[in-house]
Design a protein around this ligand. Structure first.
Ligand code: C2E
Ligand code: MG
Ligand code: MG
Length: 725
């Protein structure tokens, strides 16, 4: 950790100990041998050591080898004068204390020696006490100088330490003068804000403060009002130098600034400036923002989450209460979202949710809150509602906004949503009630065909509870063996025999009795039980057909109803074919009924699966044909084998003996070479009219109601004519 341009700093380094704290080394340079030895004897003390020599050359040689504390230097020496030794000492920056010993005639020389740095002198002859005094005083002086030097070194080290601490601080450290102008800035300002410190010196501190924060800081900085000794801490934004070459992502840095007034050294304790430490807290701020954003927002769509929605709703309710206003809560659920998720995986599902979230947001107004509760559930808070129609307008806007297909990487998807709406104060006065009631209304939309909106109706509440009970029971229905297949014959009028049986599911509920499929199939689809149920239906029906075939009824076909959800599974075709193989059924004796809506929303690759089934020889019928938006184009894309005329058209035959839709459908069937079955034939007149229109195969109460397998077998054994009038 070196300070640029300086020696590596070592705060532990201390000054060397002085002569009194350790050994005292004395060098005697004198050509008088006897004098040299008497010196050593007279001056001996504990801790003192002596070196002796008799010439300039020897003296310098000894000095070159080691350091001494004191030199007793004879002026006259055989090879020169003591001055030569003094010169050497000066040249080498030595600090030994020197006492010159000179003869009586050498006064001028002594003066010269003192000028050259000798510390004292003794004139020969001298008294021994004089010598001792001179030595004591020289050593004392040396000790003082040493202590001084050590102190200076310590001071220097301490100053160096403090300067190091300030200059290399990760915080911005500065001082301001009494006018609030910079009088010192540490180099950190360059890295933090991109300014050269020289540029800022003598400039007001406010030059660095973002305009929005200037007023706030000015109050704190007006020094006369700052109480002596009263420090302050404040968070503020400091400007970054835009001209700085380093690109910066933000134009400011958020700092936590601590200001401490500096007081004059004199007694009056006047504030003379300010000492400030500013710590960069931008990272912490960002982290705090992210954490609080994550706590209140949904990660995927970045919309507010349940917590934030509830908070805003409660606030909006309180405001509406105050101004006796109204507000609306929408519960928005994506229809058949599971389909995308299961078929294409979560990445596509996420993509779809994001796209839906952005369409929903675009349909709302400023001030409305859209939130994602999780999964495919969204809620919207519309705080500015004057009448229910306002919410209706927005609901329509949402439905319209979703009518354009959404592009996913696997192709386009036409998303629809079911929207339930609850109004404050009509439908509830708490956030919980309003959200729950909007949810109930949304469920009602789901039950009645999805892709629409509906206002909460208190009657829905009881339905809702019933539904939840049904849901719970349905989970147990399969394991308790409460499901049963009924069969309804399909009769060929020309052949006068039963040519097919449609398997129709029944739920024998322990308390409710026989529950019709229209009631529980949508629930099973929603709660994800439909897969298990369909597998059971497929298996049971195939086993039944196999048993009939063994009994000799080989000319009868089996029709099965499949849920759109069954086509979400990649392996649906395989499981059907495997099941047929397991019961050794000829594929062309089984027909699967699918609905028109499945063809329209081909996101699960229904067309491919239909084609695969057809290629395997399995029949595919379009159930309730004519009720959807069947286009001829679909029939080209979906190579189905049968069309089933919906019973609503058959009913219309009561009014007129002919029906343009039925004749169109018979025409289509002929054109595409498809089988045709009329459903819901209840009256002989209907049967006659259908025959006249070219429809031969019929199914309906006129011939037989759906009945248990045992009863249905009776129809197989009997000619159907007896039930026809
Ligand atoms: P769907 O496939 O169109 O079945 C025909 C419905 O019309 C049956 O109602 C049948 O009982 C009824 N029906 C038959 N003849 C007449 C008649 O002459 N007059 C009147 N008014 N109705 C007649 P069901 O059994 O209640 O089934 C209703 C729907 O539930 C079925 O419509 C089908 O879409 C669905 N469904 C039935 N079984 C299953 C199943 O195993 N799986 C699936 N996914 N859906 C099923
Ligand atoms: Mg059917
Ligand atoms: Mg039908």
């Amino acid at each position: 950790m070196a300070i640029p341009g300086e020696q590596p700093f070592n705060p532990q380094a201390t000054a060397t100990p002085g002569p009194q704290e350790q050994q005292v080394r004395i060098l005697v340079v004198d050509d008088d041998v006897s004098l040299r030895s008497t010196f050593a004897q007279i001056l001996a003390r504990p801790g003192r050591t002596f070196s002796t020599c008799g010439s300039v050359a020897e003296g310098i040689a000894l000095l070159a080898e080691g350091v001494y504390d004191l030199i007793l230097l004879d002026y006259r020496l055989p090879d020169g004068t003591g001055l030569a030794v003094l010169d050497w000492l000066v040249e080498h920056g030595r600090e030994e204390v020197v006492i010159i010993i000179s003869g009586e005639n050498d006064v001028d020389a002594v003066i010269g020696a003192l000028r050259r740095g000798a510390d004292d002198y003794l004139r020969k002859p001298y008294h021994i006490a004089q010598l001792q005094r001179a030595i004591e005083s020289a050593l004392h002086k040396a000790a003082l100088e040493h202590a001084n030097r050590a102190m200076g070194q310590r001071l220097k080290a301490s100053e160096k330490l403090h300067r190091y601490l300030v200059e290399s601080s990760p915080d911005l450290i500065f001082t301001l003068d009494a006018e609030g102008r910079f009088s010192y800035l540490n180099p950190r300002v360059k890295a933090l804000l991109g300014f050269e410190r020289g540029v800022l010196m003598r400039r007001p501190f406010t030059t660095l403060v973002m305009p929005e924060d200037v007023d706030r800081i000015c109050g704190l900085l007006s020094l006369p009002s700052t109480m002596p000794g009263e420090s302050f801490s404040v968070e503020l934004r400091l400007r970054r130098n835009r001209n700085d070459l380093v690109p910066v992502e933000s134009d400011h840095v958020t700092v936590s600034l601590t200001g401490i007034p500096m007081l004059s050294q004199q007694g009056e304790r006047r504030v003379t400036g300010l000492y400030g430490v500013a710590r960069d807290i931008s990272e912490r701020k960002r982290a705090e923002e992210i954490i609080s954003f994550q706590a209140y927002h949904d990660q995927l769509t970045h919309l507010p989450n349940r917590v934030l929605f509830k908070d805003r709703l409660e606030l909006a309710i309180a405001q509406a209460q105050r101004r006796t206003g109204a507000l609306a809560v929408m519960f928005i659920d994506v229809d058949r979202f599971k389909l995308v998720n299961d078929t294409y995986g979560h990445a596509e599902g996420d993509l779809l949710l994001r796209a839906i979230a952005s369409r929903l947001s675009a349909s709302l107004r400023r001030g409305d809150t859209l939130a994602r509760l999780g999964g495919d559930e969204f809620t919207a808070l519309l705080p500015d509602i004057n009448q229910p129609e306002d919410a209706e307008t927005i609901a329509r806007k949402i439905v319209a906004a979703l009518s354009e297909p959404i592009k996913l990487s696997e192709g386009e998807f036409r998303a629809t949503v079911s929207i339930g709406i609850a109004l404050y104060p009509r439908d509830g006065s708490t956030a919980e009630d309003l959200t729950r009631h909007a949810d109930i209304a949304m469920y009602q939309v789901k039950r009645s065909g999805k892709n629409a909106f509906r206002f909460f109706d208190p009657k829905l509440n009881t339905h809702h509870r019933e539904r939840i009970a049904l849901e719970n029971d349905l989970h147990l229905a399969l394991e308790r063996g409460e499901l049963e297949l009924y069969y309804q014959p399909q009769i060929s009028m020309t052949q006068q025999r039963v040519i097919g049986m449609e398997a129709l599911l029944r739920w024998n509920h322990p308390e409710l009795g026989s529950v019709p499929p229209a009631t529980f199939i949508p629930v099973a689809e929603e709660v994800g039980l439909i897969g298990d149920i369909s597998r059971w239906v497929l298996n049971t029906a195939c086993a039944q057909l196999a048993s009939w075939r063994r009994a000799g009824h080989t000319g009868v076909k089996l029709s099965l109803n499949l849920s759109p959800h069954d086509f979400d599974h990649r392996d649906i075709v395989r499981s059907i074919i495997d099941c047929l193989a397991q019961y050794a059924l000829p594929p062309d004796q089984v027909e699967l009924e699918i609905t028109e809506s499945m063809m329209m929303n081909d996101s699960a690759g229904v067309a491919t699966k239909v084609r695969q089934l057809r290629e395997a020889g399995v029949g595919v019928a379009i159930d309730d044909f004519g009720t959807g938006y069947s286009a001829l184009a679909y029939l080209q894309k979906f190579p189905v084998s049968t069309l089933k005329i919906d019973r609503s058209f058959v009913r219309e035959l009561d009014v007129a003996m002919t029906n343009p839709i039925i004749s169109a459908i018979t025409g289509i069937a002929r054109g595409f070479n498809l089988h045709l079955v009329a459903e819901g034939v209840e009256r002989p007149e209907q049967a006659d009219a259908l025959r006249a229109l070219g429809c031969d195969v019929m199914q309906g109460y006129l011939f037989a109601r759906p009945s248990s397998a045992v009863e249905a077998e009776v129809w197989l054994r009997q000619a159907p004519t007896h039930c026809m009038n």
